[in-house]
Design a protein around this ligand. Sequence first.
Ligand code: 1GP
Length: 246
Amino acid sequence: MRQAGRLYEYLLEGVKHFTLIDPDKTADPVRIARLAVEAGTDGILVGGSTGVCESQMAEVVRDIKSVASVPVILFPGSVAQLTGEADGVLFLSVLNSLDPYFIVGAQVQGAVLIAKRFKSLEVISTAYVIVGDGGAAGFLSMARPVPYERPDIAAAYALAARYIGFSALYLEAGSGAQRPVPPEAVRAAREAFPRVLIVGGGIRSGEAAYSIARERPNVVVTGTIAEERPERLAEIVRAVKAAARP
Ligand code: 1GP
């Protein structure tokens, strides 16, 4: 079930690099947004697992949009991270959570907010699957992560996401993960899921980004590196684009 929205069409084209900005971890979101756009990033995700409320999200997204020429998309860690200031929202369901709240409970609350207050947001229904380390996202959403060495299980989740009808699938190793999602798991998910595939968590080098982008997900996400080693961002973006060439 593809969405016809402009943002969704944009996500579907080729292999892109997106930068995650977590307002709780970033002292200066505008600086990171500028840096990311200069490095050639194709979009900005805004969100985090903890410590961000609606008014802060609205302000941060507005500030980022004032300097970024690329789409800005909400990546909410909770219902409190919704705002109408962004171009769209990854409407996440943590498919491998053990707690129904993270599969559908938060979504019921968020859906009403979007319908009543944030109608302009393009909603991208996204199966969020935690892999390996999982980081804070995995821990807080009570996920049972897909083991790093089991691409077959990643593929099973991808198939389930496809048959349920999600428009996107996000394979998440967790922000700051020791290891990213293995390319084998990305390949298996790519074969099973023909819509928008997003991969992120623990990508810290051009080499790692390249080996993931070779499997042709639609979006490769990095967050932490822009904070810790901003000089590496351009190399990572270049690697994603190089891998995307036929
Ligand atoms: C987290 O996938 C993103 O949701 C980015 O992770 O901060 O490790 O780059 P990193």
